[in-house]
Design a protein around this ligand. Structure first.
Ligand code: NDP
Length: 328
């Protein structure tokens, strides 16, 4: 038997989430059985556990889109007992039982090796949020937007994606401007490398489609009017990497920034990203993310605290990253 968070659908459509015990026979099909050491709560896990959005499409479900730990048994040619792994996405925690549990059974093709020297706890402090922040930063870099001193806007800056994007891009020599609803966290954001902190209210309301040019690049985890205003303020030829919807799914803008300023909008998806892209992002994370900054971002909680903490991430009340010690 092992401990797991289990989600069931109630008759009224709401989600029942509780800490329980499962046995291996309840795990889904997959070539690799793993011992999870650490997992995490991402925004999507918050949606799954609270039932606020139809993230879970198979019941009952163990949530947890991220996990890191050790392989116990494998029939997959690339994996053997004792190997250290990271799992991000691929529908795990949505349609395939996830990693907010002490054990999981997964497809070998979904796993990537834990980078040398990276503890499982650090990998989960990074999690899908941090790996997505790196995908966004790489997108800006590939489009030529991260030259030394380039002014980059990071929205949702005190959240998981935003905190790690701030740390990465400042380490790359960019001048990061962090947009946040938590101005009391200005010192936290500056310690991560933000050169300037602005009130997200400046970006959250409806604005004109073309505004004064400022940003060479943008990492946006917020969507809606915030993304529209970021596009409107992006400099000629600048680049916006869009990955999130914390404010909303909508994008109330016009074609003006694209056709008059050549602004490039790059969509970033972590869930189905190909393996080569994941490996590249995790190698960069292993080298470019200062462990001291990562620790500043991280709060550790026990598996038994997950259900109570999940709503807080949807309310924007979590600073940085929640890493879950599933064995505590
Ligand atoms: P967090 O909850 O950690 O961070 C989101 C941040 O957005 C909050 O901390 C807050 O930051 C800001 N925010 C929250 N609500 C609002 C609002 N109503 N208006 C404006 N800003 C708001 O989540 P994550 O960082 O884990 O994820 C961020 C987004 O990215 C989510 O929408 C998530 O679904 C998405 N995502 C997408 C991925 C992909 O593959 N495309 C992968 C990972 C995440 P502050 O207080 O500093 O303003």
């Amino acid at each position: 038997m092992f401990n797991a968070i289990l989600l069931n659908k109630n008759d009224d459509g709401t989600t029942d989430a509780r800490l329980t015990q499962l046995d291996d026979a309840q795990l889904p099909d997959g070539e690799v059985t793993v011992r999870v050491d650490y997992s995490t709560i991402n925004f999507k896990d918050g949606l799954a556990i609270t039932g606020k959005s139809p993230v879970v499409r198979k019941w009952p479900m163990v949530p947890g889109i991220d996990g890191a730990g050790e392989v116990i048994a494998s029939s997959h040619p690339e994996w053997k007992a004792g190997d250290r792994f990271i799992l991000n996405g691929w529908g795990v925690g949505e349609v395939h039982m996830g990693c907010l549990a002490q054990r999981a059974r997964l497809k070998g093709d979904w796993l990537i090796p834990l980078p040398d020297g990276m503890p499982a706890r650090s990998a989960m402090a990074i999690g899908t949020a941090g790996y997505t922040a790196m995908l966004c930063a790489m997108a800006l870099e590939e489009q030529g937007a991260t030259r030394d001193g380039a002014e980059i806007l990071v929205t949702g800056a005190s959240g998981g994606v935003g905190s790690i994007a701030t740390a990465i891009l400042s380490a790359w020599g960019c001048r990061v401007v962090a947009s946040t609803g938590k101005l009391a966290e200005a010192d936290y954001l500056k310690a991560l490398g933000a050169a300037e902190v602005i009130d997200r209210a400046e970006l959250a309301a409806p604005g004109k489609p073309m505004q004064k040019e400022r940003w060479a690049g943008v990492v946006d985890s917020v969507g809606s009017h915030t993304l529209a205003n970021a596009l409107a303020q992006t400099r000629y030829g600048g680049v916006v990497a869009a990955c999130g919807l914390a404010q909303g799914m909508d994008l109330p803008t016009s074609v003006a920034p694209f056709i008059l300023r050549g602004v490039r909008l790059i969509g970033v998806d972590s869930v189905m990203a190909p393996k080569a892209r994941r490996l590249a992002a995790w190698q960069r994370l292993a080298h470019d993310l200062d462990p001291a900054k990562l620790e500043r971002i991280t709060q550790e909680i026990a598996l038994g605290e997950v259900v109570a903490k999940a709503p807080l991430i949807l309310e924007g009340k979590v600073r940085g990253r929640l890493v879950v010690n599933v064995n505590a």
